[in-house]
Design a protein around this ligand. Structure first.
Ligand SMILES: Nc1nc2c(ncn2[C@@H]2O[C@H](COP(=O)(O)OP(=O)(O)OP(=O)(O)O)[C@@H](O)[C@H]2O)c(=O)[nH]1
Length: 573
């Protein structure tokens, strides 16, 4: 293979007519080797040097490197020689975990095909099936790739049979590789050219591009990732966002290889980035259509908004950090449009937001990115799931526990089961439980099946008979006793003794279901002051008064803000 990687200045994108372009994603279950294969493809086409240091180069975020998982889809344009012709391959590496499947579905909209990677030892897993259906429904060409054939326990024959049985893809279409050793990776590149169709647009149409991702650069403003569906765009052109109707001048255009590589133009079928003086994050809607000024086009269908599954409150640790946190949140939600944001406030924690996430890992990663990329420190409250309440005298009638929907044997060792679960039962620790019960063998994926009636109740927490609104929770009746007890115990640990006895109670309506008592105690700050040094006494009393400012008064009980945080914060695993 001769791979001439054009240098920075030499890229002439007009040399790549649409029929010599391939846009594809790599999709797979978590850890099946997407990012490792992406590294090999980048190396083989000369986009990056082959060194030990270049590992998972498309996992650029600190959180991705620390956790060893992909959370953001990344794009890289590769140049590849095949049968005497040079091709432009646009690769998008996507996350594997179910919480980031929104990234996958968005990325697929910029592609005509996928490489579906399956681990030769683990075989088909939950997200293999979920990702297969995303690609299948988007009518993309699917190339099954069996990875890690170098492993001692690899069983590619069995995995091929699974692929044929469960996904209905003929065995013969599978490519067996070791991404780690680079074995057979060349065959993957050949299959991309031969089996994935080129994009359909034409260079002669009016310019039309889909914004499929974007992020915020401190100096340049919004950097949008675009897929040019038709026509061409030049640096300096005036373009219009179909969503807002605003006009911008194109300041910068280029390819991602995977670093930014400026060009003068982008043509139909190409995928790249654009900077067009959008200074406000609200101007770069993901899913928006861009066209030339005075050449309006029909807007592309865009993306279905992501459906948040888990909600949590987010507050600055110190209220003076609110404006800085707001701008950090706006910028991060531009890069992760699946997070929903609503303003909220709490007496105990001040002004903040109620955020919606696709799952618990998504929430943790968002929090970590805020800290690492924006230096923000936040308090996250206990995650909850959405409920619909029926306001009538009729009770919500029956608790729907898991209901089995179907069961398919993948082979003699594996079975795929579908259940209907209450979301509240699965979002918090179900995945961990499943992994430990199955010694790590089971995998899990879920989608929203709508609202179901359930026996839910509102549980209040009372301090000396006064309800504490921040701690009210909606909970399944069968869980209320254990949860109420745990919350009372945690509050007892966090509220300091005061001059009188404090009753900490959990209650359903007027019925108390758990109680702890905090014994009276008076902290006499003057106890150690012998004699009559009045200035020293005043100092100590002033310090005590300042301490009280950090308290929230519930009835006659002073509760330190930290107490709310420790009770509200979900328990660390
Ligand atoms: N033995 C062997 N290990 C591999 C191979 N390909 C990948 N791995 C290892 O499998 C692990 C997961 O690989 P990644 O490339 O991070 O997997 P991924 O699918 O990108 O993971 P997510 O993006 O988090 O879903 C890493 O430890 C890799 O070194 C292979 O061909 N053989």
């Amino acid at each position: 293979m001769i791979n001439t990687q054009p240098d920075k200045e030499a890229v002439d994108l007009s040399k790549f007519p649409v029929d010599r372009i391939r846009n594809f994603c790599i999709v797979a279950h978590i850890d099946h080797g997407k990012s490792t294969l992406a590294d090999r493809l980048l190396e083989m086409t000369g986009a990056i040097a082959k060194t030990e240091k270049n590992k998972q180069v498309l996992d650029k975020l600190q959180v991705e490197r620390e956790r060893g998982i992909t959370v953001k889809a990344q794009t890289a344009s590769l140049f590849y020689h095949h049968k005497g012709q040079q091709y432009l391959l646009n690769l998008i590496d996507t996350p594997g975990h179910v919480d980031f499947s929104y990234e996958v579905s968005r990325s697929l909209s910029a592609c005509q095909g996928v490489l579906l990677i399956v681990d030769a030892n683990q075989g088909i897993q939950a997200q293999t099936v979920a990702n297969f259906y995303l690609a299948f429904e988007a009518q993309l060409a699917i190339i099954p790739v069996i990875n890690k054939i170098d492993l001692k326990n690899a069983d590619p024959d069995r995995v091929e049979s699974q692929i044929e049985k469960v996904l209905d893809i003929p065995k013969e279409e599978c490519i067996r590789i070791s991404a780690k050793l680079g074995m057979n990776v060349e065959k993957v590149l050949q299959a991309v050219v031969e089996r994935i169709p080129p994009p359909t647009g034409s260079i002669d149409e009016p310019f039309k591009a889909l914004v499929f991702d974007s992020n915020f650069d401190h100096y340049r403003g919004v950097v949008a990732n675009i897929a040019v569906v038709g026509g061409r765009v030049n640096k300096g052109d005036k373009i219009v966002s179909a969503h807002l109707g605003k006009t911008y001048e194109v300041n910068e255009l280029g390819l991602l290889r995977p670093d930014e590589h400026p060009t003068q133009k982008l043509f139909a079928g190409q995928v790249g980035y654009m900077v067009a003086g959008m200074k406000d994050v609200k101007e770069a809607q993901i899913g928006d259509t861009l066209h030339l000024q005075n050449q309006p086009v029909e807007a592309l269908p865009g993306f279905k908004p992501a459906k948040a599954m888990v909600f949590a409150g987010m507050y600055p640790v110190d209220q003076s950090e609110y404006p800085a946190l707001r701008s950090a949140m706006e910028r991060l939600t531009l890069n992760d449009s699946s997070v929903t944001v609503q303003k909220d406030s709490s007496l105990a924690l001040g002004a903040g937001w109620r955020l919606g996430f696709l799952g618990l890992l998504h929430m943790e990663v968002f929090n970590q990115r805020l800290e690492q990329e924006y230096n923000a420190s936040v308090i996250i409250t206990a995650p909850t799931v959405p409920y619909k309440a029926v306001l009538s005298s009729a009770r919500l009638i029956k608790n729907r526990r898991a209901v089995q929907k179907n069961m398919v044997y993948i082979d003699d060792q594996r079975v795929m089961m579908k259940y209907l679960f209450p979301l509240n039962e699965i979002v918090v620790d179900f995945y961990d439980l499943l992994k430990s019960l199955s010694s790590g063998y089971a995998s899990f994926d879920y989608e929203n099946a709508g609202y179901q009636a359930a026996d839910l109740i509102k549980m209040d927490i009372l301090l000396n008979g006064q309800p504490v609104e921040e701690l009210t929770t909606i909970i399944h009746r069968t869980r209320s006793y254990s949860s109420g007890k745990a919350m009372c115990e945690r509050l007892k640990e966090s509220i300091p003794r005061q001059m009188f006895e404090i009753a900490v109670q959990a209650a359903i309506g007027s019925k108390v279901i758990a109680r702890e008592t905090i014994k009276p105690y008076r902290k006499n700050v003057l106890a150690k002051c012998y004699g009559g040094d009045i200035t020293r006494k005043m100092k100590l009393l002033k310090k005590q008064a300042e301490g009280k400012k950090k308290m929230r008064r519930v009835g006659n009980v002073d509760v330190p803000k930290d107490a709310f945080i420790s009770v509200l914060k979900r328990k660390e695993k």
